[in-house]
Write a protein that binds this ligand. Structure first.
Ligand code: SAJ
Length: 408
């Protein structure tokens, strides 16, 4: 199987690194995105997202002519769809980005092409994509009609990379390849073997969809366990960080870390795709979501009760990102907490976020020393490395609410 030209639709946190890695293996890559600014930025050899080392790989790929970006689809041998799959009201999955990606590529599909859905998707989304494509292209056959002899091969191959380590995880992680038929899996496996050093394990499309949702739900449930323990421990006047350290000395116990809530666009979203399909069966997964979603309010209540001791409380918040050492603010519980404290007029709010690229209208961004000097209450919301070096003696006169356990 020869893939000379590969098209990646959606040039975000997953699509752009994937496009760049294919290009670094000397494949011609056509990146397609609806965002003209992103397309222009990439064609200048620059990037519009933050991910370590990605800028170098994209610059090299563009300057050597292996990667170009465009807003309209062009013919290719394989198409990878890496667009967002958010949810709508009531946590119902929103497949509209997948549908429009399908509409974008359908006119340029030709016999023998491979289409891979990489976006995290509810079970059945790959079959839905196949049906949208076949509606637009009745002149071609698809796996749901023609099985192994279809003109177009379709597979789901979920991305599983950790933001901040995308380039190495893209290459090293095992891939689950869920073809709509065995042949579809074989063709998709051949594509990923271009750069994946991990194992490519074939299955069917529905299992691959559920596998990705299972991985993130597993993590969500385990974080919920840690978050619940932190609330219980607070009530019982036990240091939860010490408790977890001790419990984790058991050879078969490995508890994750509590925090101010679960953020990002994956772990806080994907379990809902299972819950919305099987609401009666997915009881534990649903409860875990509720536990994690309620944690920011618990932190706010804690801050409010401490603030009552002051006439004019000054509250210093450390961190806005959804987790340590990244700049990503998507679904960030830290940002949510800061915004709610401001809306509730709890006091003067000072915020430090070393990775911020923008100013915020609602609050000033300060440096660590300014907060240490001026705030009565210090709230650690993100465990950025910069905060781990805070001089503990500077905290002795302050009230500290450490949601991440970096100052214990
Ligand atoms: N968190 C905790 N306690 C922990 C671990 C995480 O509170 O012990 C919080 C983080 O602070 C953050 C949230 O959970 O707010 C999610 O962070 P994360 O590091 O667990 O995960 P993501 O969202 O950066 O990436 C996850 C990864 N999935 C798994 O580890 C199973 C990644 O491999 C996936 O590719 C990614 O979701 C995705 O795109 O689905």
């Amino acid at each position: 199987m020869n893939f000379e030209t590969i098209s990646v639709v959606g040039l975000g946190y997953i699509g752009l690194p994937t496009a760049a890695v294919f290009a670094s293996r000397k494949k011609f890559v056509i990146g397609v995105d609806v965002n003209q600014d992103a397309v222009d930025t990439i064609n200048r050899g620059e990037i519009h997202i933050v991910e370590p080392d990605l800028d170098m790989v994209v610059r090299a790929a563009v300057s050597e002519g292996y990667l170009k970006a465009t807003t309209t689809a062009e013919p290719a041998d394989a198409f990878l769809i890496a667009v967002p799959t958010p949810f709508k009201e009531n946590h119902i999955p929103d497949l509209s980005y997948i549908e429009s990606a399908g509409k974008t590529i359908a006119p340029v599909l030709k016999k023998g092409d491979l289409v891979v859905l990489e976006s995290t998707s509810p079970v059945g989304a790959t079959e839905q994509l196949a049906s949208w494509l076949s509606d637009i292209r009745p002149d071609l056959t698809f796996p749901q009609q023609a099985g192994e002899s279809s003109d177009i091969r379709i597979a789901h191959c979920p991305e599983r990379v950790l933001p901040g380590q995308v380039l190495s995880e893209l290459v090293q992680n095992d891939r689950v390849i869920g073809g709509m038929t065995v042949k579809c899996s074989e063709v998709a496996t051949a594509l990923y073997k271009t750069f994946v050093k991990g194992e490519c394990v074939a299955t069917n499309a529905r299992t691959a969809e559920m596998c990705k949702l299972t991985e993130n739900s597993f993590r969500d449930v385990n974080i919920a366990f840690a978050n619940e323990l932190s609330i219980i421990s607070d009530k019982l006047e036990i240091n939860v960080w010490e408790l977890i350290r001790l419990a984790n000395r058991h050879p078969r116990v490995n508890i994750l870390q509590p925090g101010p809530g679960v953020g990002g666009h994956c772990i806080a979203v994907d379990p809902w795709f299972i819950v919305s399909k099987t609401p009666e069966q997915a009881r534990l997964i649903h409860t875990a979501r509720q536990v994690n979603d309620s944690k920011p309010q618990w932190v706010i209540d804690k801050i409010v009760s401490k603030a009552q001791r002051f006439k004019h409380p000054v509250i210093g918040c450390f961190g806005l990102a959804f987790k340590a050492n990244i700049d990503d603010l998507r679904e960030s519980p830290a940002l949510d907490i800061v915004r709610q404290l401001i809306a509730m007029k709890v006091g003067d709010i000072l915020v430090c976020e070393p990775n911020a690229h923008e100013d915020f209208e609602e609050f000033p961004l300060c440096d660590i020393s300014c907060i240490l000097k001026n705030a009565d209450i210090l709230v650690i919301l993100v465990d950025h490395d910069e905060f781990k070096n805070i001089d503990l003696t500077a905290l002795s006169e302050k009230i500290v609410i450490d949601t991440r356990g970096i100052i214990q």
